[in-house]
Design a protein around this ligand. Sequence first.
Ligand SMILES: [Fe+2]
Length: 220
Amino acid sequence: MPYVSSRRRAPTKPLVEIPQTLSEITGPSWGARDVVKGACDLTAQHSGSPLGPRIVVSGRVLDEDGRPQPNMLVEVWQANAAGRYLHRNDQHNAPLDPNFTGEGHTLTDEQGRYRFVTIRPGEYAWGNHHNAWRPAHIHFSLFGPAFATRLVTQMYFPGDPLLAFDPIFNCTADERARNRLISQFDWDTTVPCEALGYHFDIILRGREATPMEDGHDHGR
Ligand SMILES: [Fe+2]
């Protein structure tokens, strides 16, 4: 079953090229002032701890030659452990978690590294077709040195049985490219008695590029 929204959202007319102006090409430049302290820990944004298995998601942002990309604004959003987003469009009957907003951000360091502490998101049902379920995933947005350099993608978890059936994951026709969207379990970043570690490198361009979404159109 294909991703139904692709049909609805695909352009019906030729694309109109809009020239980029100075403000889009040169800015903004992100710095420490743009980052809320603690925004990289999605388990510590409320008075209590959110429900669900704690995880650490980390990796590097690299260009096609493996060069680290510092000062990239990395934003994430995700469902809670029950598979529900804190969003008015998500009204399905899984419970909200008062201790989980499901949003975070951080800047990459000089080695291009980022790190989030969060909980493993739940799978959720969606309306694409009968009995459609999305595999567990975390949405990622990356801003480079300009507004024109935003990329959006999703990270998945290894061994998820729903991946084979997911129209969004399978939008990427090339199997090797598709599999780059799956994070790897990582002992090195697993925190004893605290959280499993998952590693997810994001490659911006080139043959090994991480597949990206063309538009930022689904909060789900
Ligand atoms: Fe989602």
